[in-house]
Design a protein around this ligand. Structure first.
Ligand SMILES: NC(=O)c1ccc[n+]([C@@H]2O[C@H](COP(=O)([O-])OP(=O)(O)OC[C@H]3O[C@@H](n4cnc5c(N)ncnc54)[C@H](OP(=O)(O)O)[C@@H]3O)[C@@H](O)[C@H]2O)c1
Length: 256
């Protein structure tokens, strides 16, 4: 018996990187998955890759922007039609369009960041709750960032939305218990397309300082996401799992 046998998961940003690794891991653990992203070609490639594995669970794809509530509703409706329930929601898609100091913050980009990273998380949660979790229960996994716990010179506004996700995780855990559990993962630097510009040229320097001497992989996050979706974490809600190779365990004054 697999830990997620027969369960149904909706994963935003599921066509590559961390979201796709979670979809792979959930299927391997016995779940059916719906993956959502903005681009149909990326979703088709992800679906083809997922279907090459022997897992029994179905794969459904939905073109949807995480920042558009009506697209969240359509994605959840299609999942209900296809699989009959939503047991797990992974709020993984995020956007990071503004790099720079808060004092120079560009408001349209700030609004986009909040719309996807904060309002989106609430909108998708509401859809999953109303369609299925209020009746059948469920587990919600929010992919935040270790950036939500620290100060950064370049991506302070994105990090503020990630800090908000950690608080919203606790608030939703309070509001949706005991039916649904809500937890977050705060990854450090993970080797995906999103962060390529950071790790590609500086990997040896970055890893030399980390206690675990390597950057994270999408699979590191996926393993934690299986735990948080499964009954192994059944008395855990409102919490944040930090996966950072030990970056937050460095003495003050040592850059991570
Ligand atoms: N990589 C890291 O170092 C790192 C560290 C900490 C936290 N995180 C967090 O981990 C999550 C996943 O990041 P990643 O590194 O896996 O990124 P990624 O490799 O760039 O993948 C992003 C995924 O999200 C989709 N996406 C992007 N914007 C979307 C939107 N507005 N609506 C729906 N789907 C959208 C993309 O597909 P489309 O382009 O087709 O939409 C893709 O499937 C994010 O929340 C990110 O903030 C990443």
């Amino acid at each position: 018996m697999n830990v997620l046998d027969g369960r149904v998961a909706v994963i935003t940003g599921g066509s590559r990187g961390i979201g796709l690794a979670i979809a792979r891991a959930y299927r391997a653990a016995g779940a059916h998955v719906t993956i959502a992203a903005r681009k149909a070609d990326g979703l088709a490639a992800a679906r083809a890759e997922l279907m090459t594995t022997p897992a029994a669970g179905g794969v459904h794809t939905v073109v949807a922007n995480a920042g558009e509530p009506e697209q969240a509703q359509r994605c959840v409706d299609e999942t209900m039609e296809r699989f009959g329930r939503v047991d797990i929601l992974v709020n993984n898609a995020a956007t990071n369009p503004y790099h720079g100091a808060l004092i120079d913050l560009d408001l349209p980009r700030a609004e986009k960041t909040v719309r996807v990273n904060q309002y989106g998380m609430i909108a998708w949660t509401r859809c999953a709750w109303q369609a299925s979790m209020a009746e059948h229960g469920g587990a919600i996994v929010n992919i935040a960032s270790v950036g939500g716990l620290i100060v950064d010179p370049h991506i302070g506004y994105y990090n503020a939305t990630k800090a908000a996700m950690l608080h919203l995780t606790r608030q939703l855990a309070y509001e949706l218990g005991p039916k649904a559990r809500v937890n977050a993962i705060a990854p450090g630097l993970i080797k995906t397309e999103l962060a390529r510009a950071v790790w590609e040229v500086r990997e040896p320097i970055l890893t030399a300082k980390l206690p675990l001497r390597r950057l994270g992989t999408p699979e590191d996050v996926a393993n934690a996401a299986v735990f948080l979706a499964s009954d192994a974490s059944s008395w855990m809600t409102g919490q944040t799992l930090v996966l950072d190779g030990g970056a937050l365990a460095l003495p003050i004054g040592v850059d991570s």
